[in-house]
Design a binder for this molecule. Structure first.
Ligand SMILES: Cc1cc2nc3c(=O)[nH]c(=O)nc-3n(C[C@H](O)[C@H](O)[C@H](O)COP(=O)(O)OP(=O)(O)OC[C@H]3O[C@@H](n4cnc5c(N)ncnc54)[C@H](O)[C@@H]3O)c2cc1C
Length: 385
């Protein structure tokens, strides 16, 4: 019998595994793919300070990101730079591999090519079945990303909000600032992005969209818009990977002998869908709570509840503000977005952004924008719609 079985070998599962095995608990991690870190669906943009904060090396870092350009539906452009390195872009595959190596060194038994098909929880433990057999453990950590079929089996809910995504890394001849593109012809209800990536001997751009429907179609629309400027050849370009993106937490992230972390818990920024930071943060919180509970041999829901209290204390205010803004964004017309761009270009909005914007925390910016009367008028019009 293992102490812990973790379902999913992304950042959340690997980071939690390393901490739990490091604390002396027998830990098995199941990853459905043959190789941890493959295939990559993610753009890999992280707050600049995140690697240090979680004690990770800089080895997977590819380049710094210092400025962003926002494009309106009609093609108006606003540039933002704080003059600092706000974010970095990592090689997501290398990032996950490094986490996996740390997990293995800490003593985690990482089983790749092992998909968890069922989870059964009883009064003495958890049984997870894969195609090659059963694993019995005292507790299960659900770290399976944005895949929610196991949630139904164990009675956990789903995130309330999703968007569709399509993303891929393409060779590029000219790198620019990060670009964010808005409007119904590029990414209805969401946005499209281009992120410069500097690989040794090869410049690339990660191009993606998050939108309400037809992500592959809108990906093509965005690529057509930017191909010339970035020197992207579309002829033999690989097709994007498509995936759903959860935008908000599930209603309850723990139960008897069960904790959900990272995307499996819906812990993703509702504004942008970024979740690597939260996956590491929730993994750290969960492993602390689980260590105490395992030592006390009490894995009841009551004993695991401090995990959810912990992430809610840190994030509930953020999620609330960001979810409000996301709902407003879902209702905004192209004309609304053009008006916001006009204000950003002419009416003192950018100083507010410079004063309050932070890569991981958007609440302060959202509240400050709501105090700016013309912006407030546009946002509230859609909130009340
Ligand atoms: C297009 C796109 C771009 C993104 N860009 C960014 C970005 O730039 N910055 C950012 O911070 N976030 C980004 N995100 C979000 C980010 O990818 C996730 O928040 C992050 O990967 C969450 O980590 P995780 O470990 O919770 O889940 P994942 O990384 O999804 O890992 C879950 C793992 O579990 C495995 N798994 C699933 N089911 C099973 C099963 N039944 N049995 C065994 N294994 C299973 C999966 O194969 C996967 O390897 C992006 C997401 C998308 C879709």
């Amino acid at each position: 019998m293992q102490d812990v079985v973790i379902v999913g070998g992304g950042p959340a599962g690997l980071y939690a595994g390393a901490r739990l095995a490091g604390a002396g608990f027998a830990t098995t991690l199941l990853e459905e793919h043959a190789t941890v870190g493959e295939p990559v669906h993610c753009t890999g943009v992280l707050a600049a300070e995140a690697l240090d904060e979680f004690g990770l090396s800089q080895r997977s870092k590819l380049n710094d990101l210092t400025a962003a350009r926002f494009w309106s539906p009609a093609g108006a452009e606003v540039r933002y730079s704080s003059g600092r390195v706000e974010a970095v872009v990592v090689d997501r595959s290398a990032f996950d591999r490094e986490l996996s190596e740390t997990a293995l060194r800490s003593g985690v038994s990482v089983e790749s090519g092992a998909r968890a098909n069922t989870i059964r929880i009883d009064s003495t433990g958890v049984t997870v079945t894969t195609s090659s057999g059963e694993i019995r453990a005292r507790v299960c950590v659900l770290a399976c990303g944005a895949n929610y079929s196991l949630h139904r089996q164990v009675g956990l809910g789903m995130p309330r909000l999703f968007l569709n995504t399509a993303q891929v890394e393409l060779p590029a001849c000219q790198l620019g600032d990060v670009e964010l593109h808005f409007g119904s012809e590029i990414a209805p209800k969401g946005f499209g992005w281009v992120v410069p990536v500097e690989r040794p001997g090869q410049a690339c751009a990660r191009v993606g969209v998050m939108c309400e429907h037809d992500a592959a179609h809108f990906f093509d629309q965005l690529t057509s818009r930017i191909a010339l400027r970035w020197g992207i050849s579309r002829g033999d370009a690989p097709r994007p990977r498509q995936k759903i993106l959860p935008l908000g937490p599930i209603s309850r992230t723990y139960d008897d002998r069960l904790i959900a972390i990272g995307d499996a818990a819906g812990l993703v920024k509702p504004t942008t869908g970024g979740g690597i930071y939260y996956s590491l943060m929730s993994a750290a919180l969960a492993s602390d709570v689980l260590s105490t509970a395992l030592k006390a041999d009490d894995l009841s829901a009551e004993r695991l509840a401090p995990y959810e209290r912990g992430w809610r204390e840190r994030l509930a205010g953020e999620f609330q503000a960001q979810l409000k803004l996301r709902l407003v964004a879902h209702r905004m017309s192209d004309a609304d977005i053009e008006q916001l761009f006009e204000l950003a270009r002419t009416d003192g909005v950018m100083p507010i952004v410079r004063r309050t914007a932070s890569f991981n925390k958007h609440r302060k910016l959202i509240l400050a924008l709501l105090k700016h009367p013309p912006v407030r008028q546009i946002l509230l019009r859609r909130l009340a719609f």
